[in-house]
Design a protein around this ligand. Structure first.
Ligand code: XMP
Length: 513
């Protein structure tokens, strides 16, 4: 179903910290890119007909017995190859160059001297700052290669063989600490791979709508809405493709933010004119959560109950063949290549009921979050949706520590609305990844007028992040925090204290539960 564009750059992932980042940077050049695990056989890679291949970095040394290797035929196909860090070491090793442990490992900001600017470094200054993270170096490039850059500790910091279109850089052009790194990627994909900048939201929408139409024909499609950018964009794409054949189900579990159900209903019914089934199941969910305080237990119950409600509603609609889901590329990559420890049981609206047999439509399966936002804008969705912060499936229920009660939900909803209003008013909404309030069911002493109070504490959480995997607490201006704290204590009944969470992820997570 997924229509791949003609120009593709494949990134082979050798266990890099920054593998996804390489694919994202290529896509920032408006060229489509996919990340494949390094054990993908060469013939599988070639099925995608890549215009170029990038070998990512990785933790191994080429001399480790278990180090990931690759079929050296990859260098004989006439397809341009760029090796980054471990990728370059592997290229050097497989082609007969000399790789050895560095006398001094380089890590962090490093000065780079460009010796030859006729290919990868075209248009760049001879002296640059780059980001290094390696313990092996290339001492001698393979035959046919020239040295194009060096550093104090790496005699071959970059190498190239333009005849065979093979290139290597020891530093990381994909990270933001190599500020001009995108130029290297641009030179590679445009000048050497011959790619055109055609990976645009408009082209994506056109091709995807066409593909959905072709697949669905005159069948029906179901989609679960959460109001977030992923499920909304999915529904909007499917709706553009097959119109009334799409029905959306929006289950309100009662843990949504202030005004949220109304906004979702307005967007879908009035703005987009989509068939929408709205189910207010809040009482049912609250009942199931009565007395429950354990975070994982809460998540499990909400996930199960959601599937149950969704199933009941879906059955009422008769036979539907397809289910549209807003799965994103990072989830696809994670489930295919990584075995991360389970920190939290994620509940995603749109999770497939186990005994209902649908065929899946996942139009965003190859997109990163920022690309989804661009597609949302291309589809004409309002900016509040296109730029909406991520919101967890279990909603406010996991932002109330301890038991969830209707009173606590009201308190948190009011406090959260104030946080959002002030963040928007200060023009900070797009600069932070997420900002929200958390209700701590602890009471502390305060004073209001001349009277003693004994109220709840609200914690404010605001973080910056690229992908939610790691995050830093946002340095919100003191005046903004001050306004938020004042307003919450004055306007929200039962709260007399506001604290600001200054932990990064790790060691904390973004949500408190
Ligand atoms: P944590 O708290 O694990 O969150 O650092 C990382 C990102 O994931 C969001 N999150 C969820 N999203 N279902 C979701 O769809 C969930 O159950 C869920 N739990 C956390 C969180 O808001 C943050 O953006």
């Amino acid at each position: 179903m997924h229509q791949r564009p003609e120009d593709i750059i494949v990134v082979l992932d050798f266990g890099a910290q920054y593998g996804q980042l390489i694919a994202r940077r290529v896509r920032e050049c408006r060229v489509y890119s996919e990340l494949l695990p390094c054990d993908t056989p060469l013939d599988k890679v070639l099925e995608l007909r890549p215009k170029g291949i990038i070998l990512s970095g990785g933790q191994a040394s080429v001399y480790d017995p278990n180090a990931p290797k690759y079929d050296p035929k990859i260098f004989e196909l006439g397809i341009p190859v760029l090796g980054i860090c471990y990728g370059m070491q592997l290229m050097a090793h497989l082609l007969g160059g000399k790789v050895a442990p560095a006398e001094k490992a380089e890590y962090g900001r490093t000065e780079l001297r460009v010796l030859d600017d006729s290919d990868l470094f075209a248009g760049l200054n001879p002296q640059l700052i780059c980001w290094m993270s390696h313990s092996d170096v290339v001492l001698e490039p393979p035959k046919g290669f020239k040295v194009t850059a060096r550093t104090n500790n790496a005699p071959v910091a970059a190498m190239s063989d333009p005849q065979r279109k093979l290139f290597g850089v020891l530093f990381h052009p994909e990270v933001s600490h190599t500020p001009w790194g995108i130029e290297i990627i641009r030179n590679f994909v445009y000048n050497w791979c011959g790619c055109k900048p055609t990976w645009t939201p408009r082209n994506f929408v056109e091709a995807t709508v066409e593909a959905i139409r072709e697949r669905v024909k005159n069948e029906r499609v179901l989609c679960a809405l959460s109001g977030g950018v992923d499920s909304t964009t999915t529904a909007a794409l499917v709706h553009r493709a097959v119109g009334d054949q799409l029905t959306c189900i929006f289950v309100n579990h009662g843990f949504l933010r202030k005004g949220e159900p109304e906004r979702v209903i307005h967007t879908f019914r009035e703005l987009l004119n989509v068939n929408l089934v709205y189910v207010d199941a809040s009482e049912r969910f609250l009942r199931r959560l009565k007395g429950v305080t354990d975070p994982e237990e809460k998540r499990k119950i909400i996930g199960e109950e959601f599937v149950r409600v969704f199933e009941e509603e879906a059955r009422k609609l008769g036979h539907i063949r397809f289910l549209a889901q807003g799965t994103l590329y990072p989830d696809v990559i994670e489930s295919g290549t990584r075995h991360a420890a389970r920190i939290k049981t994620h509940h995603n609206v749109g999770g497939l009921p186990p005994d209902m047999k649908f065929e899946l439509i996942e139009p965003l399966r190859y997109l990163f979050k920022d690309e989804v936002r661009e597609v949302a804008e291309e589809l004409g969705l309002p900016p509040e949706i296109a730029w909406r912060h991520p919101f967890p499936g279990p909603g406010l229920a996991i932002r109330i520590l301890g038991e969830v009660t209707p009173e606590r939900l009201d308190t948190l909803r009011e406090a959260d609305a104030i946080v959002m209003e002030e963040i928007r008013r200060a023009g900070l909404y797009r600069q932070v990844w997420q900002a929200f309030a958390v209700l701590l069911p602890l009471r502390s002493t305060g004073v209001k007028g001349d009277r003693r109070t004994y109220g709840y504490t609200i914690a404010i959480r605001a973080v910056t992040s690229e992908d939610g995997m790691t995050a830093d607490w946002a340095r919100l201006p003191h005046e903004v925090l001050d306004r938020i704290a004042n307003r919450i204590c004055n306007e929200v009944e039962g709260v007399n204290r506001v604290v600001y969470d200054i932990t990064s992820k790790p060691p904390a997570t973004i949500e408190w539960e």
